[in-house]
Each structure stands twice: as C-alpha cells, then as structure tokens.
Design a protein around this ligand. Structure first.
Ligand code: HSE
Length: 321
C-alpha cells in the first residue's frame, strides 16, 4: 500500500477512439491534452462515504460518485477490492481531485480520462494488485454512465498507451498494437455532440458490401501499423459505415478532410463520436500545415475552435508522486 493520507498526482491522456474504420474497437492515446488528478486513500469509519470527489475545474460535473464517471469506475474498483480483502482488514476510502483539461463532450475521451485516471490511481495507492485488463473493466462503468454503453476504445488506450485493439469486451481482450511515429492534429469545433445522440442516429444494420470494405480497412490499418507502412495506413483510414451518418453533425467536415489530405495528411476522420476531427501525418511539419488548414476552414465559416498538434502517447495514465 502507498502511504495513507499522501496525495499522488495523475496525468490521464486524451484518446482518439474508432481510428476511423474501427468503430468501438480501435483507439490511441495522445500526448496533449490530458487531465490532471490527485488522489489519496485514508482509513474509513463504518458510516463514512467511500469516495469523495472534488472538482478543481469550472465544468461543474457531478460530485456524487454514482453520477460522476470517475466515481462510477471507483465504485466498481472498490467492490472487487473489498471482496479481495480479509474481513479483518481496515476499510479504505478515496479522495479524488479532478482538474479537467480535456473539455467534456469534445470527442477526445474526456470521460475515459477521468474513469481511467481514477482506477489507475486507486490501484497504485493499494499496491498495484489489479491488472490493466481489470482496470479497463472497472473504468468501463464510467463509459456506461456517460454514453449508456460499455465500450473500451477510449479506456484501453488511456490505460495501456499507444494504439489498442479491443478484440472483445465480454470476455475482455485488449491487444496493444505497435505503431510507427505518427503526428496527430486535432480540431475541436466548439459545438456539442453528445455521445449518446451520436450513437442513437446510427443504423442497426449494415450492407454486406459495406461490411466487406470496412473489415478490409480495419485489417489493412492493423497491418499498416505493424509494418510501419504509412501508405497502407493512409489508404485504410476510410469508414463507409459510421462516418457518412455522423459527419452531417459536424460543419464543414468533408471540405476539411479534403483540405487536410491536400496538405499532406495520411488521413483521418471523426475523433470518437465527435465533434473533434483528427488527422494523422508522417511528420510534424505536415501536422502543422494540417492545423493551418483546419484553422483556415473554421475561421472562414466563423466557427470557434481549438486545435492540438501532438503525437501518440505510448505510456497511458501516469502517476507522479
Ligand atoms: N466508439 C465510441 C463511439 C467512442 O464512437 O460512439 C465514443 O467516445
């Protein structure tokens, strides 16, 4: 166990889910933005609360653990932790301070960062007794609270770092994928797209011809990442199932994608359920040129936005004592 009543600091990275063609199964972590959290454990008296959440930012997110994504993840963590403990062991409680630097609802895994950061922090405090897969399982309860569905394509890269493939949720099987150096440009137009809404508009049936294209692209993307084949990665960043439906929610989407590709981007698309859009590039110079195109397009239509030029984060959630 880490010392009682001693705060640890946690850095939880933003993540890009789906990676265009891999809806609900592929994702990667980025080096910026990231959330900052602090956590400590103390011995709990019989009637005391097990989790206290303190918001440091101004987003006014719920502090009731059952309504907060970090809280929901920690409830699942503590249930299994207490089951593992002997009945004579002292009961513990967690205090969590959350400073969200990843804007909620931006489409770059804001809720996943809170849930994943909380369970990785909790595990560190109790002596790292759970595996990364266990932590993903706990953190998915936060995603369920946020979007109504347990999906791990943000949680897995947030905890593992790098690019991850969620081959299966039940039972959980996560595969960490290698990747060549990739530079990432993200634009976050300041509009709101709720994940639950972006999921509810999806068709429940797909045509076989679209499915064949899609699994060709997913396999091509995984092969491209493993072989460091940039052209194959670029060709495989195509989504014929989800993007045509969701892109109508994002102003200027098609023009922006075209302009970024002209500037040299390998490809990209909607980040998670949007509204952010991401592009992958081979060099930092291209990633900066891509950012310029994004800014130009959204300045042109008067849509306020934030951009990030970053790279793939290979470490996942980090603990800083
Ligand atoms: N795979 C999820 C979706 C990610 O696209 O709905 C949500 O962040």
């Amino acid at each position: 166990m880490f010392s009682e009543n001693q705060w640890i600091k946690i850095k939880a990275p933003a993540t890009v889910a789906n990676m265009v063609c891999g809806f609900d199964i592929l994702g990667f972590a980025v080096n910026s933005p990231y959330d900052e959290m602090e956590m400590k454990w103390t011995t709990r008296a019989e009637n005391e609360a097990r989790i206290t959440i303190i918001n440091i930012d101004n987003y006014n997110l719920p502090t009731d653990p059952e309504k907060n994504v970090a809280g929901a993840a920690l409830i699942a963590f503590l249930e299994e932790y207490e089951e593992k403990q002997k009945s004579s062991s002292p009961k513990i409680k967690f205090e969590v301070k959350i400073n969200k630097l990843i804007k909620p609802g931006s489409g770059v895994g804001s809720s996943a960062a809170s849930s994943a950061g909380a369970v990785v922090g909790a595990n560190y405090l109790v002596g790292n007794i759970f595996s990364k897969d266990d932590l993903v399982r706990f953190a998915m309860n936060g995603e369920k609270l946020a979007s109504g569905v347990k999906h791990a394509d943000n949680i897995a890269p947030c905890i593992f770092g790098g690019v991850t493939l969620v081959r299966s949720i039940f039972p959980l099987e996560i595969i960490a994928l290698p990747s060549p150096t990739l530079h990432v440009t993200i634009v976050h137009p300041q509009i709101e797209v709720r994940t639950s809404d972006a999921r509810s508009i999806l068709r429940q049936q797909v045509l076989l011809k679209d499915a064949i294209k899609q699994w060709g692209n997913i396999a091509g993307l995984v092969a491209g990442l493993m072989k460091s084949d940039y052209d194959l990665i670029g060709r495989s960043l195509e989504d014929v199932i989800i993007e045509p439906v969701r892109s109508i929610l994002i102003p200027g989407f098609d023009d922006l994608k075209l302009a970024c590709k002209k500037a040299g981007a390998l490809g990209g698309g909607i980040s998670g359920s949007g509204p952010s859009i991401f592009m992958l590039s081979k060099t930092k110079e291209i990633a900066i040129a891509v950012e310029k195109e994004m800014k130009q397009l959204y300045d042109g239509i008067g849509l306020p936005h934030h951009t990030y030029v970053t790279s793939i984060n290979q470490t996942g959630v980090e603990i800083i004592e």
